[in-house]
Ligand binder design. Structure first.
Ligand SMILES: *[C@@H]1O[C@H](CO)[C@@H](O)[C@H](O)[C@H]1NC(C)=O
Ligand SMILES: *[C@@H]1O[C@H](CO)[C@@H](O)[C@H](O)[C@H]1NC(C)=O
Ligand SMILES: *[C@@H]1O[C@H](CO)[C@@H](O)[C@H](O)[C@H]1NC(C)=O
Ligand SMILES: *[C@@H]1O[C@H](CO)[C@@H](O)[C@H](O)[C@H]1NC(C)=O
Ligand SMILES: *[C@@H]1O[C@H](CO)[C@@H](O)[C@H](O)[C@H]1NC(C)=O
Ligand SMILES: *[C@@H]1O[C@H](CO)[C@@H](O)[C@H](O)[C@H]1NC(C)=O
Ligand SMILES: *[C@@H]1O[C@H](CO)[C@@H](O)[C@H](O)[C@H]1NC(C)=O
Length: 787
């Protein structure tokens, strides 16, 4: 794994500890009424005995429950069982990029009033820095429903901002890092039946006590092919995603498979939508594949009321009881919401659900609670019992939020090296736009409460230049009127420099809300051209929002010198942007998704096909398959310096070892050229993929006057056209620190079985024989695979 130290990322090692919602004010003060399972006198049950295997303990809990008590566990707000000393438990907490207020498990009304707001995931992803880590602490449960790792398939998707973008390899890498950081699985002391990853903790307050278990539980969501909210007649609740076996195998599934196999996530969330006619939470084959093929050990929750939608929106069953039965029997363990609570009893009476179906779900649920240490007695004596308010919004977290914002900002245009500015040569700035002096939703969707730190863009600029004037220009992001233009013009006219903040906020893209257009909302473009016409110098345009915008107009307009994308940069976005504008940080972020032109909106959003189909004018999706024009491509991003690249060494030829029989060789037609055939081999027939792996050394030269941290991206491409092959695919990335006029080297481990293959139309991965290109920006190196 270490050679694949490429990359990026941002991992949210969110790490919070909340003792069943009662916060410990500090390590010395033990809250009097702290409720927890196994508190004396309820500590003599076998399930409290930490020396027993956790499966035995989980079965012990189940054996003590009555049927009505069992049913009360099948929802997110699981009831307490006072006669056993077990308090209620809220499974639903959210932490996509810091603690969010979206789940009922989280409150900000106690000792803790706020938490660090890190950049939205799409911004963190654009940093492509794997070691970028985040820590935070909040009032919450221990089970969090993050990360969101659905592929950002369509630029209109309202929740694309929550994801790491359009590439399955990036999403997989993000998922693995997020879950590992988040769960912090500890080494087994022996005896546990759950496999453990040995991982060193770096808590300042604790030594590893050898307890097995999870610090927190992370949840891979939403399984699967969920990436449409509400578009024309299609709503996420009734949508049937028609997905080919091919796209499932090499686009939709990989992030989930990685999240479970390598990340070892302890929760999966099934989505509202159906896939090829079967609602995800009722899809036994899908959910069991996770357990049986990927080794999933954890619980499966439905998205909120996604068991109800099986009947009510998907019309997949004839009654609520049938919906509960099929969900439970397929492997869904709890329904977020009350649907199972209210319909399980009658489902049992009707003989549709058996008590053993419930016991199976409860075993999964209690095993996770046990791994979290919930039944190990007084949590203040546990490994994280000393965490407290001092650990929330700490200096370290704030610094990290700032660092993440810096790294994620993407420079899209910079004509004639307009940026950076020298602050001493600028006496006044006009900053224009409805979001330029507003910090309320700088983190985008699933943001928490942040009282103490957020800096607006206006304030960020003020830290460099005293004389900053602000006018909203548009009253809201929707910009339905030009009535604020006058004021904006008046401050812009006299300023040395004009910065316009345009783009999207959650009124344009969010849960249950997809866009219909990729253009700037309302009169925003008009605001930009109006100001550009009167300003002394060309403009700096700052773009907010998670989804791509068709900026062709601004990109081609000479009066707009520089364009920066900040996404939803979180609490420190204003500072980070100002640091870049004034040259204290050399931008290095790169777009984790394709920016399409407005014409793309003629593609039906409900069409899940990734691959282009010229016979019906279908352009395909994402950089891997899209054949049309782009505004900015995947991986696009400038800096204040230029870089040149070299592929230093890599093999020219690889020979598949082992005895591959001639019969096992398959032929596929070349898309272009007649009568010409190429060999390929089914990946599962390749012996010893490990021996094919090789290292590629690369060098990147910083050709400019500024040091900078830079993302190296390595792609592969099949050089002959194979039907269904990606145009290219990302196989590695590494963010490296570079020095002015110096070269920096990096190396990538290439795994040809994984990196040179793709899925055929039966959903089987195939490895084309013959030439493959390694692509590093403008450099290519051919590796030939032979038998
Ligand atoms: C969970 O909350 C719902 C309302 O949101 C309520 O009807 C139900 O009784 C609660 N269940 C438990 C077990 O507290
Ligand atoms: C905080 O809010 C929760 C949920 O709204 C409520 O149950 C709780 O009593 C409140 N706590 C305080 C200290 O106000
Ligand atoms: C990646 O992120 C980490 C954590 O913020 C930072 O220390 C490191 O400098 C970053 N790497 C580069 C090359 O910018
Ligand atoms: C599902 O059933 C409801 C009534 O129960 C009906 O209104 C709706 O149109 C049906 N939807 C589909 C997709 O058949
Ligand atoms: C910016 O917003 C803050 C908070 O809403 C407000 O107090 C301040 O006056 C605004 N600044 C300007 C220049 O409008
Ligand atoms: C900030 O923006 C939000 C919407 O994003 C809006 O509700 C709020 O009124 C704005 N605040 C100010 C001070 O303009
Ligand atoms: C990068 O190179 C291009 C083409 O040679 C040149 O136009 C541009 O000014 C350079 N940019 C920087 C920041 O050096």
């Amino acid at each position: 794994m270490s050679q694949w130290n490429f990359l990026f990322s941002s991992i949210i090692i969110t790490f919070l500890y909340f003792n069943l919602n009662l916060f410990l004010t500090n390590s010395e003060t033990i809250v009097k009424n702290l409720e927890y399972p196994c508190k004396p006198p309820y500590n003599s049950y076998p399930f409290c005995d930490t020396s027993l295997p956790i499966t035995t303990r989980a079965q012990s809990i189940i054996s003590h429950l009555t049927l009505p008590e069992k049913i009360q566990q099948l929802c997110n707000n699981a009831s307490g069982i006072p006669r056993l000393g077990i308090p209620a438990y809220e499974w639903w907490s959210e932490s996509l990029h810091g603690i969010a207020t979206n789940g009922p498990g989280i409150t900000f009304n106690g000792t803790i009033q706020a938490a660090t707001s890190f950049p939205q995931v799409i911004v963190t992803a654009s940093a492509f820095n794997r070691t970028l880590a985040m820590y935070n602490v909040g009032q919450a449960g221990l089970t969090f429903w993050a990360p969101n790792i659905n592929i950002f398939r369509d630029p209109r998707w309202g929740r694309g901002q929550e994801t790491p973008g359009e590439d399955p390899m990036v999403a997989s890498a993000f998922a693995v890092d997020f879950v590992r950081g988040f769960q912090r699985e500890k080494a087994s002391g022996g005896g546990g039946n759950v496999k453990r990853v040995v991982r060193k903790r770096s808590l300042s307050d604790g030594d590893d006590d050898g307890n097995e278990g999870l610090m927190l539980s992370a949840c891979c969501k939403h399984m699967i092919a969920y990436d449409l909210e509400l578009w024309n007649n299609f709503a996420r609740y009734n949508f049937n995603a028609v997905v080919t076996a091919q796209d499932m195998q090499d686009t939709y599934q990989p992030p989930f498979q990685s999240c479970i196999q390598q990340g070892k996530a302890s929760c999966l969330m099934c989505s509202y939508n159906a896939v090829n006619g079967i609602p995800a939470c009722a899809d036994k084959e899908l959910l069991q594949k996770a357990r049986n093929d990927w080794g999933f050990e954890g619980y499966i929750t439905s998205d909120c009321d996604a068991v109800a939608t099986i009947f009510e929106y998907q019309n997949y069953t004839k009654s609520p009881e049938d919906a509960v039965a099929i969900a439970l029997k397929s492997g869904t363990d709890i329904n977020c919401g009350t649907y199972m609570l209210f319909n399980t009893k009658s489902a049992i009476e009707q003989g549709k659900v058996q008590e053993m179906d419930i016991d199976k779900a409860l075993l999964n649920l209690f095993l996770v609670q046990l791994r979290l240490g919930l039944f190990n007695g007084d949590p203040t004596k546990g490994p994280y019992g000393k965490l407290g308010p001092k650990d929330v919004c700490s200096t370290e977290h704030k610094t990290l939020a700032l660092e993440a914002a810096r790294q994620g900002i993407v420079l899209l245009k910079n004509r004639n090296k307009f940026l950076p500015f020298n602050k001493d040569s600028i006496s006044s700035i006009a900053v224009i736009g409805p979001l330029a002096n507003n910090t309320s939703k700088m983190g985008g969707g699933y943001t928490g409460t942040n009282l103490n730190f957020p800096k607006s863009i206006f304030e960020g600029l003020q830290a460099y230049v005293k004389n900053v004037n602000y006018a909203p220009g548009c009253l809201a992001v929707s910009c339905e009127s030009t009535s604020g233009f006058e004021e904006a013009i008046s401050i812009a006219k006299d300023a040395d420099i004009v910065v316009i903040v345009a783009g999207l906020d959650l009124s344009q893209e969010t849960e249950d809300h997809d866009r219909y257009s990729l253009l700037l909302p309302g009169f925003q473009s008009k605001l930009i051209t109006t100001i550009a016409a009167i300003s002394k110098k060309p403009l700096v345009l700052v773009i907010t929002g998670g989804g791509p915008i068709d900026l062709s107009m601004a990109n081609g307009d000479e009066r707009i010198a520089s364009i920066l994308w900040i996404g939803y940069p979180g609490e420190a976005g204003g500072n980070a942007l100002a640091e870049i504008i004034f040259g204290d940080y050399n931008p290095g972020g790169r777009l984790p998704l394709t920016w399409y032109p407005e014409a793309f909106t003629s593609v039906p959003m409900n069409d899940m096909n990734m691959r282009a189909d010229p016979s019906r004018d279908y352009p395909g999706r994402t950089y891997r398959f899209y054949t049309g024009k782009v505004v900015y491509g995947f991986g696009y991003g400038l800096s204040f310096t230029n870089y040149t690249y070299k592929l230093l060494n890599a093999p020219k030829q690889l020979t598949l070892s082992g005895s591959i029989s001639p019969e096992s060789k398959r032929k596929i037609q070349l898309q272009i050229g007649e009568g010409y055939q190429l060999d390929y081999i089914n990946l599962d027939e390749v012996e010893s993929c490990n021996s094919l792996k090789f290292n590629v050394q690369v060098s990147v030269m910083n050709e400019g006057e500024m040091d900078g941290s830079h993302v190296i991206m390595l792609y592969s491409r099949v050089t002959n056209e194979h039907a269904g092959a990606p145009r290219k695919q990302l196989i590695g990335f590494d963010r490296v620190q570079t020095t002015s006029y110096r070269g920096t080297e990096s190396s990538f481990l290439v795994d040809p079985c994984n990196h040179f293959s793709f899925a055929n139309e039966h959903g089987k991965r195939i490895l084309p024989l013959g030439d493959h290109a390694l692509v590093l920006e403008d450099q290519e190196h051919i590796v030939s695979i032979q038998i």
